[in-house]
Write a protein that binds this ligand. Structure first.
Ligand code: AMP
Ligand code: ZN
Length: 142
């Protein structure tokens, strides 16, 4: 997707709309979330448009996670946090609202009132681990 399209993150990448950029490289840009969940809430975004992880090419994925890795510690130190939650809402069903892949880095403090990734889920399952494992292995090989 090119500049001038409706994708808000493509427009930030193109410089059409402003963002508080904290890091950039030829393939990836990182900027502050406009509605931060905590001070230092950063979004790490591949420059090339891909709606979800499944559409991201392998090199773009490498560059994306390299920058996530590089930023994790500086983001934490910059706001005096103790850790961070790093995650992706992947697809509309997961709550993704901007359909351009982005990794959230959200600084964390003890007793900050937020939970772990596990707290997102009501833990509803219906199949055995063996059954699901076999199904996934078959899908990976297909
Ligand atoms: P998600 O729900 O994972 O798709 O998250 C999208 C995130 O993008 C939200 O946390 C929004 O606050 C953030 N966001 C939306 N528009 C902008 C923008 N123009 N600049 C920075 N962050 C934005
Ligand atoms: Zn885009």
């Amino acid at each position: 997707m090119k500049a001038g399209t409706s994708c808000i993150f493509c427009r930030i990448v193109a410089g059409d709309i402003p963002a508080e950029v904290v890091a950039r490289d030829p393939d990836v840009i990182a900027f502050l979330d406009l509605e931060p969940l905590a001070d230092g809430h950063v979004l790490v975004v591949p420059r090339a448009h891909a709606a979800a992880i499944e559409q991201l090419d392998a090199d773009a994925a490498d560059h994306l996670f390299r920058l996530v890795r590089r930023l994790a510690d500086p983001v934490r130190r910059a706001v005096g946090a103790v850790g961070s939650t790093i995650g992706i809402n992947n697809g509309e069903a997961s709550g993704q609202t901007v359909p351009h892949v982005h990794v959230h880095i959200v600084p964390r403090w003890p007793n900050d009132g937020a939970g772990s990734v596990h707290t997102i889920f009501p833990r509803r399952t219906s199949r055995t681990l063996a059954e699901v494992g076999a199904a996934i292995r078959q899908a990976v090989d297909a």
